[in-house]
Design a protein around this ligand. Structure first.
Ligand code: GLP
Length: 242
């Protein structure tokens, strides 16, 4: 059963998650962070950055693995998740870019990129804490409904709903890639601690399904019910259907 924490603001959620990550880094200076993109984790990165500025600790050995990447966007495209993670997390937190991995979305290497990424996570000793948002379709990472709970990093096709949600970052929906490389639900399950955050009424159905619904691949977020150590941090609106 996931621990569900109710907060009254995104900032409060960020402070809470950041405190947990900070104490992990203090215990394990080469901690492995699972980094998520999207709007949801921004409060976590902002709170952790503020805490590191106010009271610095050594983060030079911290390692990170991003959850997912678009297929077919050049790595230096401003909306590639490599760019987004660099902008939102690596730079503000002062992490060493050489310690941060993002799945390879280059179509030329798509056959081997998943296995390579899984091998890199294993070689790093696994992810200590995985930050997660959740999509309106209930996707985590880019594991859309129907994704196997045993899945590992692989290419997936984005749903129209997810492409529409992410069109806000692109000139038009036609510019949103159709495919992605994403850690699988099985990959996510291997992380030692999951912190799932959600804010706003549009996430209420996905949160209710993830936390309390049947465990089913048609609701990918419900995979958290199979994990022994999950913290769900939600505001009132996102919690409204629990
Ligand atoms: C994106 C990402 C997910 C993210 C989700 C929600 O497409 N691939 O990792 O959790 O959709 O995004 P947001 O936090 O912006 O609502």
């Amino acid at each position: 059963m996931a621990e569900v924490v109710f907060v009254d603001s995104e900032a409060a959620a960020g402070t809470l998650a950041a405190a947990s990550i900070r104490s992990l880094i203090l215990q394990k200076p080469d901690a492995v962070l699972g980094l998520a993109t999207g709007s949801t984790p921004l409060s976590v990165y902002a709170a952790l950055a503020a805490s590191l500025t106010a009271d610095p600790i050594d983060v030079s050995q911290v390692r990170g693995f991003a959850l997912d990447e678009y297929v077919g966007l050049p790595a230096d495209h401003p909306e590639s998740y490599r760019s987004v993670i660099t902008r939102d997390a690596v730079v503000p937190l002062g992490l060493n870019p050489a310690n941060i991995r993002v799945p390879n979305g280059d179509p030329a290497t798509i056959r081997t990129a998943g296995l390579d990424y899984e091998a890199a996570i294993v070689a790093a000793g696994g992810v200590d804490v995985q930050i997660l948002g959740i999509g309106r379709t209930g996707h985590v990472g880019f594991n859309e409904p129907g994704s196997s709970f045993a899945s590992l990093t692989r290419i997936k096709t984005l749903t129209e709903k997810t492409r529409m949600d992410n069109a806000r970052f692109f000139p038009s929906i036609d510019d949103v890639p159709i495919h992605c490389m994403t850690q699988g639900l099985g990959t996510i399950l291997r992380a030692r601690h999951l912190i799932l955050l959600a804010f706003g009424a549009e996430k209420a159905d996905a949160i209710a399904a993830a936390v309390e619904g049947p465990v089913t691949s048609s609701k990918p977020g419900s995979v958290i019910q199979l994990h022994p150590h999950v913290t769900v941090i939600v505001d009132e609106a996102a919690a409204s259907k629990l």
